[in-house]
Design a protein around this ligand. Sequence first.
Ligand code: FE
Length: 207
Amino acid sequence: MSGREPHGHGGGADLALRVEALEALLAEKGFLDPVQVDAIVRRYAEEVGPLNGAKVVARAWLDPDYRRRLLADGTTAIAELGFGGPQGEYMVVVENTPSVHNVVVCTLCSCYPWPVLGLPPAWYKSPAYRSRIVREPRAVLREMGLELPPEVEVRVWDSSSEVRYLVLPERPPGTDGLSEEALSELVSRDAMIGVAKPPAPGEAARG
Ligand code: FE
């Protein structure tokens, strides 16, 4: 950690500038195609990442022992499925229940569990989400399409460079007998951040 930032990311703006400079240099030398770089980033953000988290969730829905290990030590249980690395060194998994709904934010910047969710969506990094989800989580969730009954407790988890959170959503009704793969297809990125719920089979997925 550089100590320059209160949040302890060790780099931040400096790092972004360096990466940009490096990319420009490599492109100029013909070692690297910026279009391909963008494609890789997009793929990581939209496909690979959330897919990993969805596999973790589906396994937890099917295997009670795995679920227990996952809630007790997220990092180790996630590594069992082969996922880990930068931005996922210390994972905490929080479980939604009929009475508790969890939602994740990074109030200071955009800390996010890359190995299971990929790169954060733009709204996750927006100042509006970061400030409002803490003050008025129900209103923000409602605007994002998730209406929670008043009796459900909302817990907001503030990520940091040390701890990254993953929401374990509730398994939707009507999913008995579905394979692990079919279950994982119901689990969206947004459901694992806690701003959506996995749809029951046949319902339109969102996020
Ligand atoms: Fe952060």
